[in-house]
Design a protein around this ligand. Structure first.
Ligand code: FAD
Length: 485
């Protein structure tokens, strides 16, 4: 009689912000040695605290978990959904299935680092260990620094070093089969996680489904569309909000439905002009840089990286903040951006910069108020990129646009949306205005306004702050901040 070899004890795979099967190092490690796998996702709002997923992110998450669950089930290992503290849920599940190994992707947000630490501790008490893998970024931020060994504080040398290091190793393929284990009873369902707006409340996200396809398949489709259609013109078109000139990959990257390694290699393989590809890869490196900063400066989401900005004389004003949130500032390019955000869960990068600049400079609202709104309303809301970008715009980051560079929302609109196509789409009450006035309706003669059905101050607001006045006020506040004593 031949002895039947006992199959090795199973592994637990904890999915975090890497909701995919391809190029997943934690999944590959869990499967190594022929182990069966229990895939788990834990909704742990308490761990994230103030940075728990916002409304738009939850909408995305539901679709993404649905897609991941179907892919896993088709390969043999259904996804177990759980809710609660990860340091309670993961060790309990590991014990229930007798897991020999627990694998997960590393998290970089301060709360996710603390969560990893707690899970690790709890597992250790039970004689188990948590193995963390790189699943969300290209290069681990710890132990990576400039010549002097210090973490990078400025983007250019950071990006230069990564580009000089050459392409990352090729992505791992998705496994064909994932042998599963019987899941312990008591898991949640997608519906019981209650990620969508509550029935009866206005469902502002009802239009998202027509625009986005959360999940790994949707990410791959978006990537092929971008490399086939827009990558070659990315250098010029990425700044034009009226056309589809950028990839739209940000929510897919945010949720790890595609890895930056996969995106990098696909861009290289697309055969577009070298300049356009390099510009695109540099944007991927901005994301990478934001993670680097967040790791080394975990206070970044809440506090200015330049200490002197703690004393900045912001003038919090709920009415102004609400006008900005609702896209009723009277600056068409800003209002179009804020309404695009509300309607689609996403905003074009150029317009994010213009809208953010108006809030912190002309309106003198603290950047954290804008950051919080974006966190709640963006499907790509990402603590690293969001906080780094707000600090960059506000001028208080380590590598920031200088505070005194104040975007003029009219000139920006005229430059990047010259015919007003973008404004017309999202601010329909201005749709009939001739291009000459589309970014400054207050300069249009009364007859033209009347002919276009516009009553300034009624059907569309006048600017909440006049540009020159807002700019002067912001610069004065900044000058006062810099005065010694
Ligand atoms: P593409 O131009 O196709 O770029 C490819 C990818 O590179 C993006 O998907 C994104 O992952 C990354 N990327 C591009 N630009 C940046 C950047 N400036 N910083 C970091 N990563 C970048 N991006 C987020 O993913 N989440 C956020 O919460 C977020 N908040 C922002 C807040 C402000 C105030 C500003 C000015 C920018 C913010 N960004 C954020 C960065 C940028 O606007 C978006 O990544 C970009 O608009 C996404 O569109 P895309 O996928 O078409 O980008």
């Amino acid at each position: 009689m031949t002895a039947i070899a006992a199959s090795p004890a199973p592994a637990l795979l904890w999915f975090r912000h890497d909701l995919r099967l391809a190029d997943h190092r934690a999944l590959a490690a869990a499967l190594a040695g022929g182990r069966r796998v229990l895939p788990v996702f834990v909704l742990d709002d308490e761990a994230a605290g103030d940075w728990a997923h916002g409304g738009a992110a939850r909408w995305w998450l539901k679709g993404s978990l649905d897609s991941l669950g179907r892919s896993l089930a088709a390969r043999g290992a259904p996804l177990l959904l759980a809710r609660g503290r990860a340091e309670t849920v993961i060790p309990a599940l590991a014990a229930a299935i007798g897991a020999a190994e627990i694998h997960a992707g590393r998290g970089y947000e301060p709360w996710a680092r603390e969560q990893s630490r707690r899970v690790h501790e709890a597992l250790r008490e039970a004689g188990r260990a948590l193995a963390l893998h790189t699943t969300a970024i290209l290069r681990e931020p710890h132990g990576f620094g400039s010549g002097s060994g210090k973490p990078y504080a400025v983007y250019s040398p950071f990006a230069k070093t990564l580009l000089a290091a050459g392409d990352p190793p090729p992505p791992l393929p998705a496994p064909d089969r994932i042998p599963g284990v019987e899941a312990p009873a008591g898991g949640e369902t997608l519906d019981s996680l209650a990620l969508y707006p509550v029935r009866g409340e206005p469902d502002w996200a009802r239009g998202f489904g027509a625009l986005w396809q959360p999940g790994e398949e949707g990410a791959a489709a978006r990537l092929s569309r971008f490399t086939a259609r827009a990558l070659g013109r990315y250098d010029s078109d990425r700044n034009l909000p009226g056309i589809e000139g950028s990839s739209g990959l940000s929510p897919h990257l945010r949720w790890g439905e595609i890895s930056p390694v996969q995106v990098w290699h696909a861009a290289r393989a697309a055969g577009a002009a070298a300049g356009a590809t390099e510009t695109f890869l540099k944007e991927i490196l901005w994301r990478e840089f934001a993670y680097h900063l967040l790791w080394h400066r975990p206070e970044m989401p809440a506090r200015a990286l330049r200490g002197e900005f703690d004393a900045f004389p912001w003038v919090p004003d709920q009415a102004l903040l609400t006008a900005w949130q609702q896209g009723r500032t009277g600056y068409p390019i800003v209002d179009a951006g804020m309404r695009q955000l509300w309607r689609t869960g996403w905003m074009h990068n150029r317009v994010r910069m213009i809208a953010a600049s108006l809030l912190v400079k002309h309106l003198m609202q603290p950047w954290q108020a804008g950051e919080a709104w974006f966190h709640d309303t963006l499907v790509d809301a990402d603590l690293a990129s969001n906080s780094a970008s707000w600090q960059w715009v506000a001028g208080c980051g380590t590598d920031a646009a200088p505070y005194f560079r104040v975007f003029n929302p009219v000139l920006q609109g005229e430059k990047f949306d010259p015919e007003g196509a973008y404004v017309r789409r999202f601010v329909p009450e201005l749709a009939k205005l001739p291009a000459a006035f589309i970014h400054k309706p207050w300069e249009a003669p009364a007859g033209i306004l009347a002919g276009c059905g516009i009553r300034l101050g009624a059907s569309y607001p006048r600017p909440v702050v006049e540009h020159a006045e807002g700019r002067a006020r912001a610069l004065a506040a900044f000058a006062a901040l810099r005065k010694p004593g």
